[in-house]
Design a binder for this molecule. Sequence first.
Ligand SMILES: [Zn+2]
Length: 125
Amino acid sequence: MKVAIGQDSHRFDFENAEKSLVLGGVLFEEHPPLSGNSDADVVLHAITNAISGITCINILGEKADALCASGITDSKIYLQEALKYLKEEIIHVSVSIECKTPKIAPKISDMRKSIAAILKLMTAI
Ligand SMILES: [Zn+2]
């Protein structure tokens, strides 16, 4: 069994009115996005980084930048790219988010389902 911890952080982009916040593949409408070339989904980036910690294949960086340059800004694609190199089965994922806003709790169920769908995990609840 292998265990990994992934981390990521982004600033909010309060000037950007064209995008909204995306966390764990879930849109937080009417909340300013995080800053980044992609959708800046910091949750999926952290999970991607955790998987890279196991596979030793760095996705966020050159590979994601190339995908982003080709117009692919959905972080689900970056996570799916990381999963291509993972031989082990994922049995559990835990995510911790530090932010003052928005309120995360109303979206936790949607985020769990979204993350579980991307990772092909059964959700406990
Ligand atoms: Zn990131």
